[in-house]
Design a protein around this ligand. Structure first.
Ligand code: FAD
Length: 455
């Protein structure tokens, strides 16, 4: 799990350590119940196998809550960190559940390696174990498909649907197997625990795919503007029909569904590049990149829109900051623009350094507005180009340690590690910038990052 970089305590949800402890306790609860209530026991390999299966299955069921975009779960640590944890926990649960059937064959190894195979084959072919075997195989497939999602000939929405349906199948078949043949299956308390946990998991799935869209239907939005703002970049503005919309903090993001039913899975996450002070209007800055975004320029004013948000912890709100450094690259500048607009509306009195990297001059977003904001705040704006036009007077190069250091020292010759640093941009850029900031003495706790991808 990557270190949660300075997540705000004013956002809803538990802190990262609290979530970890809860997750570990949930995983160990069935073991605890089994130990307290006695029962099956049995020889070592059998006990180990069922213990690992119990932890793995409890972790697997908890995954539904982690991946459900629940603000009460991920509001404070951020969806990116929660999703990363979801991915890592999936590997651990998979490892536990993978070895679960294999351990039953270990005692047979005493009669030679060949003896274990018939035992395993017999187990996998047994009709009574079929639900468990199917759940086992589907789980392996789900985790592998998620790990290699980008290489599958499947659209994101198709993958998401397969992932949700497959996970529900694993949960249902896993419960059937546990209650039917689990070594502690007869214990009513443990059986109750599994039934409740599976019900919560499936209910959270139903909430995401059915209840949430139904709630969204009560809060329709529509597109009120769509214009090209830079090379392959579009500004899409939406407004709520009810005139209120939602409350958000500058820098957060929302899932945007344009022109479909709220039940449709075609929705994409975009940072909000307007300020909360501009509510009820919400603005996104979208870069053409793939199937959906390449056609963003064709979206007409008046198109029905649905928003799921706000999400994310990339925000100054609730943090103690008297000096800010905002670093953005390419379209990763979108949430930074929202933050700057909000700082301007609040007449923020403290120093702000903005480092904005692009390849070409034509890619710079909202240049005049940025210069105007710089004039109103105690703000230094560094527009950095890696392929500058002839005569470019600003800094040049990619956002590496030296460029960042030069920009940070331009104000008073110093790097201020005590400032709060926000970083958003292409993934390779972010890795370089975070490493550069660490090198320059900035602690992890003073960095807040937003990655535009969940891997
Ligand atoms: C928190 C967050 C904030 C973002 N903010 C912005 C922003 O302000 N401006 C901007 O231009 N882009 C933003 N993005 C990226 C944007 O969501 C993707 O570029 C867009 O979804 C790509 O869709 P596509 O069909 O055009 O491209 P594709 O080529 O189909 O997809 C490219 C990649 O984008 C990811 N992706 C595709 N669809 C989805 C989806 N529905 N949900 C999640 N990931 C998906 C997948 O990893 C895929 O491999 C953000 C992403 C995240 C996670």
């Amino acid at each position: 799990m990557p270190s949660p970089r300075n997540r705000s305590r004013h956002l809803p949800g538990p802190s990262a350590p609290a979530l970890l402890v809860f997750y570990a306790l949930l995983g160990l609860t069935p073991l605890l119940i089994a130990a307290l209530r006695g029962g099956a026991g049995g020889e070592f390999w059998r006990a180990l196998s069922s213990g690992l299966a119990m932890i793995g299955f409890a972790m697997l069921l908890a995954q539904f809550l982690l991946s459900g975009r629940f603000r009460r779960v991920s509001g404070r640590i951020g969806i990116d960190v929660t999703m990363r944890f979801h991915q890592l926990a999936a590997w651990v649960a998979l490892a536990f559940l993978l070895v679960h059937p294999l351990l039953y064959a270990v005692p047979a190894l005493a009669d030679g390696p060949g003896a274990a195979l018939p035992r395993l084959a017999g187990m996998f072919a047994s009709p009574g174990l079929r639900p468990g075997v199917v759940a086992w195989a589907v789980l392996v497939l789900l985790v592998l498909m998620a790990a290699w999602r980008d290489r599958l000939p499947l659209r994101y929405e198709g993958w998401r649907l397969t992932h949700g349906v497959g996970a529900a199948l694993v949960a249902a078949l896993g419960l059937h197997h546990t209650l039917g043949v689990g070594s502690h299956a007869q214990d009513p308390v443990l059986a109750g625990f599994w039934m409740v946990l599976t019900a919560v998991a499936l209910a959270s799935l139903a909430y995401v795919y059915l209840v949430k869209p139904l709630l969204k239907r009560r809060a329709p939005w529509r597109v009120t503007g769509n214009d090209k703002v830079a090379e392959r970049m579009w500004r899409v503005t939406v407004e709520p029909d009810d005139g209120h919309g939602f409350d958000f903090h500058a820098g957060q993001f929302a899932w945007l569904n344009l022109g479909h039913s709220p039940f449709n899975l075609v929705e994409h996450p975009f940072s909000i590049s307007s300020a909360p002070e501009q509510r009820p209007q919400v603005e996104f800055t979208i870069k053409q990149r793939g199937d959906f975004t390449n056609r963003i320029g064709e979206v007409e004013v008046g198109t029905r829109a649905w928003l799921d948000g706000p999400h994310g912890a990339f925000t100054v709100a609730g943090r103690d900051a008297t000096r800010l450094v905002l670093i953005g690259g390419g379209v990763g500048f979108a949430p930074v623009v929202g933050m700057l607009r909000s700082l301007r509306a609040q007449r923020w009195p403290h120093p702000v350094d903005v480092i904005y990297g692009n390849r070409l001059e034509g890619q710079i977003l909202y240049r005049e507005e940025l210069q105007a904001i710089a004039g109103e705040l105690d703000m230094r704006l560094h527009l950095v180009l890696s392929e500058p036009p002839p005569g470019w007077a600003g800094p040049t190069g990619v956002l590496d340690r030296e460029v960042i250091r030069a920009c940070l020292q331009a104000r008073d010759g110093q790097v201020h590690p005590e400032a709060l640093y926000f970083v958003c941009g292409p993934l390779p850029m972010m890795d370089v910038v975070e490493a550069a900031l660490s090198d320059l003495g900035v602690a992890d706790g003073n960095m807040v990052s937003e990655r535009f991808a969940y891997h």
